[in-house]
Structures are given as C-alpha cells and as structure tokens.
Design a protein around this ligand. Structure first.
Ligand code: ZN
Length: 319
C-alpha cells in the first residue's frame, strides 16, 4: 500500500474511534472535551483538551492543535507515515500485504531513497532512546511513590461493592496499581482516585502490561478484564480462575497474547465491558475483546444487557 493510501485508509477507518486507537498506542487523552489535562506530547498540567469530533481533534497550549495522526506524530517524534502505520496496527489494517507483491516491492524500494531510509533509521533509533528514557523516568517515579504508599482498602473499591481487597494506597486515598510485563518487572502503574479517576504514572510502558488479581495454584482458565473493579468482580464470581486486568480495551490484545505465551494450554476468557450504545457508535469494549479472543483462540464473556454495563455493574446489580 502506498504511504498516501495508507494515510487515507487509516483516516477513514479511524474516524469516530480515535480514543480507542490512541489508547492502543498508550496515548492517554481525557474522555470529555471539557476536561483540561496534561499534554501526552509535551506534558504540563492542564494545557491539553481533546475535542475528538470523530477526527481525534485536540489542542495544546504549547504544541498546538491537530487531528489524531498529528497527535501520534507529536508523541512519538515521527513522520505521518510511521504514525499511520502505528494507527494501522491498532486498527488491524494490513498495510504490508501488498508489499510482498514483487513489482510493488521493487517500486517501493525506488521510492524510498537513501535519504529517506536514513531518516527512518534515525527515527527508529530515537524511538529506542526515548523508550529507555521513559523507562528510567518511570522507575524513579514509581519507586518514589511506592515508598509513600500504605497497604489498605480504598474508597473507590468500597463504592463499587468491593470491600476487603487491599492495595497500596497513596496519601490522597488513591490506589497505586502496579502493572508487570511478562518477566514480572513493574513497567507501568495506574493510580485510581477515590472518585474513580484513573491515570497512568508518567513513563509507564502499558502495552502488554497487566495486574494479576490472584495466584491460584492450579487453574483451568485465565480471565482477562479491562479495569481493576471489573477484574475483582469477575474474580469473586470465578475464584478458581487466574484473573488479570489489562487496564483498558486497547490493551486487551497484547495482554491476551502475553497470557497465551505464558499459559499455552489454558482457556483464555476475555471478560468484556459491554460499551453498548443506542445509536450507531461502535461497541469498543466488545470489538476489542473479540479481537483479543480471536488472536489467542479464546472466548468472550459479555454482560448480557442492552445498556452500557461492565461485569462490576452486573455483579453489583445481582448482590
Ligand atoms: Zn503539547
């Protein structure tokens, strides 16, 4: 696929789904156009707004306005083509399919002159350095915050009918939820305020990282849920299963793949959020869960309702 075609294709398919695409790339944007937050590209405190308007529109007091692809570029310091490829990966657009065609491939090599190749390499090298810097920043920040946390119950979980679970609690009452990678190292962390506002600790490498809710000695199943409250509710319903939370819809697929690698023969069930809408908006929770389940030959369990519901809502209604 030509770069320009890929950009058009991504823009067309991503329309109306930018929060999902950005979440899949670890780019956190506020869920309301009225919220002012720190900018995912240049930081700050409240200089950033995300209007979306179906195109990923955003405005930052420092680095300016743009659409979803612009934001991916700014966050990753890369060009439009690489940004489109990153978005294509999340959306499952197979842009490499045509490159196996020898004619296209040879044409492509001609288009990609030496200069462009070099720029691409520099961009990749820069990305590796940025990742290392981000990791170092995270480790410093996390260990600092972790020292201040005290194990206890949280008002957030109690308000969700989930008393009795303890987590590291920060001085403002927020949960500090560590997320590990496949080696077991803490590579990301989420804070959840008593009011339920969730935020990633800066520098978090969320993609594929997860929080394990329980460690059963023997289990037939791995259950993957999006958020912590949902995962704990599922755990109460199915205490024998190994249950993990993936934080959000965009992270279900990489976490499912990690679980499949570490548990080759267990059944994997994605406990999906039912992001049901009355209008024609996509059911992001269901779509992401189905995609994750498909890639690991797993199953989807969706709360059986015709309204927006997750398994924690369901659990609370039935108790
Ligand atoms: Zn900015």
């Amino acid at each position: 696929m030509r770069n320009i075609d890929l950009i058009h294709e991504v823009t067309r398919i991503a329309a109306g789904q930018w929060p999902f695409v950005l979440a899949g790339l670890n780019i956190d944007v506020p869920d309301s156009p009225r919220k002012h937050t720190s900018c995912p590209a240049c930081g700050g405190k409240d200089r950033f707004r995300f209007d979306d308007n179906g195109r990923g529109s955003h405005i930052c007091g420092q680095c300016g306005a743009g659409d979803g692809l612009d934001l991916i570029q700014k966050v990753n310091n890369c060009d439009t083509t690489l940004a489109a490829r990153l978005a294509a990966d999340v959306l499952g657009i197979d842009y490499q399919a045509t490159e196996t065609d020898p004619t296209t491939a040879s044409l492509r090599r001609k288009w990609l002159g030496a200069e462009q190749q070099q720029r691409k390499q520099e961009c990749q090298k820069q990305a590796v350095e940025d990742a290392k810097q981000r990791r170092d920043m995270f480790v410093r920040l996390y260990s600092g915050i972790r020292q201040q946390a005290v194990q206890g119950e949280s008002d957030y979980l109690r308000s969700k009918g989930l008393g009795g679970f303890t987590f590291p609690i920060l001085t403002d009452g927020s949960i500090l939820l560590p997320l590990v990678d496949e080696s077991g190292a803490v590579v990301a962390a989420q804070t959840i305020t008593p009011q339920g506002e969730k935020r990633l600790v800066s520098g978090s490498a969320k993609r594929g990282a997860y929080h394990t809710v329980n460690t059963p000695e023997q289990s037939q199943e791995v259950i993957i849920a999006e958020g912590l409250a949902t995962a704990l509710s599922v755990h109460l319903m199915r205490p024998d299963a190994l249950t993990v939370c993936a934080i959000d819809a965009g992270n279900l697929l990489p976490v499912a793949e990690a679980m499949r690698r570490s548990h080759p023969i267990l059944q994997i069930i994605i406990a999906a959020d039912n992001d049901y809408h009355d209008d024609s908006q996509p059911n992001i929770g269901k779509i992401a869960a189905e995609k994750a389940a498909l890639s690991v030959a797993g199953w989807v369990a969706l709360p059986p309702t015709e309204e927006k519901t997750d398994w924690n809502d369901y659990h609370q209604q039935k108790n």
